[in-house]
Every structure is written in C-alpha cells, then in structure tokens.
Design a protein around this ligand. Structure first.
Ligand code: 5GP
Ligand code: ZN
Length: 115
C-alpha cells in the first residue's frame, strides 16, 4: 500500500468504487473515462508501479489478472466478438496511474496500430 496512490485507495475500498470483481489479490472496476462501451480495469491489491517493477514471484498474479479479464469479458458478453487487453507502461506507453492495471476494452471495433 502506497499512501499517495489512487489505485491503492480504490483497491482498499476507501473510495466507494463499485467493484465488478473482487478476490483476495485483485479487484476490477469500470474506468471513470471509458474509451469503449466496455472498459474495465483489473487491478492487483499489491502496489506494483509498472510492468518494469514485476518480479518473478508476481508471475502468478499477472496470470490471474488475465484469467479474470477473460472471465469478465464473458460476463459482459464480449468474449465471442473479441476485445482488447492493454498494459500501458511508463510515460511513452501512456501510463497515467503508477499502480499496475490491465485495461479490458470491448464493445466496438478496435483499431490497429493503437494510438
Ligand atoms: P493508464 O493511462 O494509467 O493506463 O490508465 C489509467 C486509467 O485509470 C485511465 O483510463 C483513467 O480513466 C482511469 N482512472 C483514473 N482515475 C480513476 C478513478 O478515480 N476511478 C476510475 N474508476 N478510473 C480512474
Ligand atoms: Zn498503489
């Protein structure tokens, strides 16, 4: 837990954010500024700033994030039509919140290359 981290506060339940999923390690909630009809963030409770800070021991946690994204995509009825999972990393990667999170985006046609 980092005292000045927004996502630490959200995952600790201090911001009244509604979770679409929660377990002992992860939460998922709707992005406040959605870029697609479905835009959900899958966020570990542990404070890991970026992908660059991942340790070998975080491998299972990251796998769980993807498994939960897959499960939520099915619940949101976007699994069959397809969706996008995104980790932004650092300034040039477009990361604004320095607490690891996985974006689940769907419900519209995605473009490539991503902007
Ligand atoms: P990043 O740019 O770091 O990959 O993504 C951060 C995401 O967090 C952005 O899509 C932004 O809209 C979202 N976000 C920022 N603050 C809040 C908040 O207070 N609540 C929620 N639900 N999403 C937030
Ligand atoms: Zn944090």
């Amino acid at each position: 837990m980092s005292d000045d981290c927004l996502f630490c506060k959200i995952t600790a339940g201090k911001m009244d954010t509604e979770f679409v999923y929660e377990d002992s390690d992860l939460v998922a909630f709707k992005d406040i500024n959605p870029m697609a009809p479905v835009h959900i963030l899958i966020v570990p409770k542990k404070h890991i700033p970026t992908i660059n800070d991942l340790k070998k021991t975080d491998t299972v946690l990251v796998g769980e994030m993807i498994q939960i994204a897959k499960r939520i995509a099915k619940e949101q009825n976007i699994a069959d039509e397809g969706y996008r999972l995104v980790f932004n990393c650092g300034k040039m990667g477009g990361q604004e919140v320095d607490h690891l999170h996985l974006h689940l985006l769907g419900g519209r046609q995605m473009k490539w290359p991503a902007g």
